[in-house]
Design a protein around this ligand. Structure first.
Ligand code: TEU
Length: 587
């Protein structure tokens, strides 16, 4: 039976303020999406040229990584003008044209909001660093050297925190004889959210974008905007020069106050918008505080547990996951937000390695890419597709440091080798975990540079674009792209996908991720083998009795249906619909 023959409980989604529960969001990293002018860097006009790819895929919302004016020290996450477009990407007229094109196709567009920090070239920081008496001095976080030290000498930093991008979080500024805080690169000074003028300036900028017509924001490291007022030292791991300040710079005492204030000042009374917070390190206890609708903060957040499972001594010393670890983590988050709050579902973004390489198996490329997508998209939450994921793009085969571009990777290489780590070992860490794996250009076709640019791309195109590319996958019913399209279609058509409860099913083997979704009488059953060997599911009797004979398979990455208890081949995934009571679910 095909999906079009199955009828489900109708849920009226008009006027739903939580419309985003049935939406799928597509992240564009503009620098690597499509170049239109041959300079090797993707741009806004390039995005406009490729919008039909997104229409074909069926996504509802585009999240645009930063396109604001920026020195590009962190590829645009270092903003020097929040109300202008970087010339590398276009200008405000081109942006308006893009927004109009997106809206004309029935999609929405959300912007990346990077307000934990600015660029050091932002006029606010230029003024702040100019004099201790400057009116904007207090817009950033300035501190004197540690007592007993002379500013600029080793160990004189105000505290021992290590930056996300290696080295201390403090940079000495000779002119005014003080250190400024930067949790990320030196060129990304942290704003002082304690200062009400800073908050008002941010809110005014956000209102300006909403008035221009954007549909919401993805908020970069939003759980880091409130710091512990005394900025205490963090614990120091063995053999490390710096401490971990996470407990003191994340989830600070005023975080939720700021988010509630932002909601009132920016979003109230504006209709169908979307807000999603990026919250690294957030715990299951904290998560509902952000996305409980009654608290009036954000619609949903990105948690990081499953993308940290393979870290050992930091992200650049990864390990291969054991069967079942990924599913256990995702299940725990389903359970944590079952009653209150809402999950953002993702396997990748511009900061993470490619999921088919990391969580799947390139030897089972198509099967593992589609199995991972199946278990992700059919959970409760809002799925995010990162550009190229829908094509099963893989990690880059980089072997030399000069192939990498990312400030995090380059700083890590310098710091780790300076500390005495074996350069080959450092290169293996990058080969597994560098953010650049997500940033190689989208593989549109098999031509030179994959159809991304007619010039020299800013980062190398993956040579496997000759086989892995969009043109080869359109209309091929077995392709990764068509599988993603089918999953997105299921969310739009079946209310049980968007709104149903989630229950993990123990299928007798940790490699199997099986779960059931339920909404009133509608049921959905997902059974997937997340391993490269065949496995026999042992399903609970109660489940078999309920499903055997009545299960209708509506999607598979394998082609055959031998029933819900059949042996699963490597990375096989299948989806069944069923019901309680009536043979077919009528509205
Ligand atoms: O990332 C913040 C973050 O915590 C990570 O995803 C980060 O990239 C990783 O921990 C480094 O190992 C956000 C953006 O997504 C990222 O691209 C920016 O570089 C960062 O904030 C600073 O704006």
């Amino acid at each position: 039976m095909s999906l079009s023959e199955v009828r489900f409980t109708a849920v009226d989604s008009r006027d739903r303020s939580d419309w985003w529960k049935r939406a799928v969001i597509y992240q564009i990293y503009p620098r690597s999406f499509q170049d239109s002018n041959g300079d090797g860097v993707g741009d806004l006009r390039g995005i406009r040229q490729r919008l039909d790819h997104l229409v074909r895929l069926g996504v509802d919302v585009i999240w645009l990584s930063p396109i604001y004016r920026s020195p590009q020290a962190d590829n645009g996450y270092d903003i020097s003008d929040y109300q202008d477009i970087d010339p590398a990407f276009g200008d405000l007229d081109e942006f308006d044209a893009l927004l109009a094109d997106v809206h004309a196709r029935g999609m929405k567009l959300i912007m990346d909001l990077v307000v934990n920090h600015t660029s050091d070239e932002h006029p606010w920081f230029v003024e702040s660093r100019s004099a201790t008496a400057a009116p904007k001095r207090d817009w950033y976080i300035w501190r004197p050297p540690r007592a007993g030290f002379v500013g600029g000498e080793p160990g004189a930093e105000p505290n021992n925190w290590e930056s996300f991008f290696s080295g201390p979080t403090w940079t000495w500024d000779e002119r005014t004889g003080a250190y400024y805080l930067h949790l990320f690169a030196q060129k990304q000074p942290d704003l002082n959210w304690e200062n009400p003028e800073v908050r008002e300036a941010v809110y005014a900028m956000m209102r300006w974008w909403l008035e221009r017509g954007v549909d919401g924001f993805r908020m970069d490291v939003i759980n880091l905007i409130s710091k512990h007022p005394t900025l205490p030292d963090g614990p120091v791991a063995r053999d490390r020069a710096y401490g971990d300040g996470f407990a003191y710079y994340s989830a600070g005492p005023r975080l939720h106050e700021y988010l509630q204030e932002m909601r009132r000042e920016v979003f109230d009374g504006r209709g169908a918008l979307l807000t999603v917070g990026e919250t690294p390190g957030v715990t299951m206890d904290e998560a509902p505080l952000f996305s409980d609708p009654a608290r009036r903060e954000l619609d949903m957040i990105f948690q990081f547990e499953h993308v940290g499972l393979d870290h050992t001594d930091g992200k650049f010393h990864p390990r291969r996951l054991q069967p079942g670890e990924l599913a256990a983590s995702l299940t725990a988050w389903q359970d944590a937000l079952a009653q209150t709050g809402w999950n953002s579902l993702y396997l990748s973004n511009h900061d993470q390695p490619r999921p088919v390489t990391r969580f799947g198996d390139e030897a089972w490329w198509r099967e593992s890419a589609t199995a991972l997508a199946t278990v992700l998209h059919l959970q409760r939450g809002t799925p995010y597709v990162y550009q190229g994921e829908e094509l099963g793009m893989t990690n880059a085969p980089f072997t030399r440091i000069d192939e990498y571009r990312d400030v995090e990777s380059l700083n890590h290489f310098t710091e780790a080798t300076r500390r005495g780590e074996d350069p080959d070992a450092v290169m293996s860490g990058l080969a597994a975990m560098s953010r650049d794996h997500a940033r190689t250009p989208v593989q549109w076709d098999a031509t030179e540079n994959a159809g991304f640019t007619t010039g020299a791309p800013w980062i190398d195109v993956n040579p496997n674009h000759t086989t892995i590319n969009a043109a080869a996958q359109y209309d091929d019913p077995g392709s990764v792209f068509e599988h993603y399209r089918a999953l997105i279609d299921l969310r739009h058509r079946l209310p049980v996908v968007a709104d149903g409860d989630f229950t993990r099913i123990d299928a007798g083997n940790p490699a199997i991720f099986a779960f059931e979704r339920a909404l009133r009488e509608d049921r959905l059953l997902v059974i997937a083998n997340l391993s490269s060997s065949p496995v026999d599911p042992v399903l609970p009797d109660e489940l078999r009795q309920r499903w055997d004979g009545s299960a209708t398979m509506i999607l598979t990455n394998c082609g055959v249906d031998l029933g819900i208890s059949a042996t699963l081949s490597a990375w096989e995934a299948k989806v069944y619909v069923g019901h309680l009571g009536k043979p077919c679910i009528a509205r």
